[in-house]
Design a protein around this ligand. Structure first.
Ligand SMILES: [Zn+2]
Ligand SMILES: [Zn+2]
Length: 65
């Protein structure tokens, strides 16, 4: 029963990917929670331009297309 093993592996992988994306917080979000500004250079540069760093904060949901 190779297929069952394969399905289990796929489910485990999906669960792992799902949990990591759900719990994934960007460095900036973590810093915000602690009441700090993100210390990453790329984020500081983005913050100077009143933006969020797109490298560390990829858009999670599609708002408009
Ligand atoms: Zn950051
Ligand atoms: Zn960044």
């Amino acid at each position: 029963m190779k297929s069952i093993k394969l399905i289990t592996v796929i489910i485990c992988t999906l669960a792992w990917v799902g949990s990591t994306t759900l719990h994934a917080e960007s460095c900036c979000e973590k810093a915000k929670k602690d009441g700090k500004a993100c210390a990453h250079k790329c984020c500081i540069d983005a913050a100077k331009e009143k933006k969020v760093c797109e490298k560390c904060n990829p858009k999670k949901t599609e708002e408009k297309k």
